[in-house]
Design a binder for this molecule. Structure first.
Ligand SMILES: [Zn+2]
Length: 206
């Protein structure tokens, strides 16, 4: 009798944990579309310490980005591949973003940047071949976005520790793209539709 009720208790606990896990995973439909005004709203500086909810969101954002870059998981959960997400893309108007960057094959590094600042940059400009993408922009946009080839960012991690990252090439583009989100800017704002490849000859393609 005791054993039986104990088992059903365990089973019940398992069902709760399992269903919470799937309920709370950040899904594709939780990411705002480009037309949503919350992408253009002012974003407030984050006050430390973070509450549990914000820490959970950061975890879910990184999980989403990681899974989206693993082909079979992306297919299973219907995720568009992406390496960066900023809080306003989830309707949270706060100044933080995360990046999950594949440094080498199947080796991913997570970056959390809260209240980030671009503190230095190269003179050299680059652009992503084939243009930039954004999880909030569900269409092809023609044109190139000029970005610094190398950047240094400062900010805070989720525990309030000061962090400083130097980034180059693709990672540098991701940081600048995400910082733009915190200032209400979408990548295509940088593209002149009448001249989408403007100044291309003065930049390096990556
Ligand atoms: Zn974006």
């Amino acid at each position: 009798m005791f054993e039986k009720s104990n088992n059903s208790f365990l089973f019940f606990t398992f069902v709760i944990i399992y269903s919470q896990g799937s309920d709370f995973m950040l899904k594709t439909e939780d990411i705002l579309d480009e037309k949503d005004p919350r992408l253009r709203a002012k974003n407030e500086e984050v006050v430390f310490p973070l509450d549990k909810k914000d820490k959970k969101i950061i975890h879910d954002m990184l999980e989403h980005l990681y899974l989206s870059q693993i082909e079979e998981k992306a297919k299973k959960y219907n995720l568009r591949p992406g390496m960066g997400l900023a809080a306003p893309q989830l309707g949270i108007n706060k100044r933080f973003f995360v990046v999950c960057y594949e440094e080498e094959e199947n080796v991913f590094k997570n970056y959390v940047l809260i209240n980030p600042k671009l503190i230095s940059n190269s003179e050299e400009l680059i652009y992503a071949s084939g243009g930039e993408g954004c999880l909030s922009v569900n269409r092809e946009v023609e044109g190139i976005v000029p970005r610094y080839a190398r950047v240094t960012f400062e900010g805070y991690d989720e525990n309030g520790n000061k962090v400083r990252y130097r980034a180059r090439e693709e990672l540098a583009i991701a940081f600048q793209h995400e910082l733009d989100h915190l200032n209400g800017i979408l990548f295509f704002d940088h593209i002149d539709p009448k001249d989408p490849y403007k100044n291309m000859e003065h930049m390096r393609e990556i």
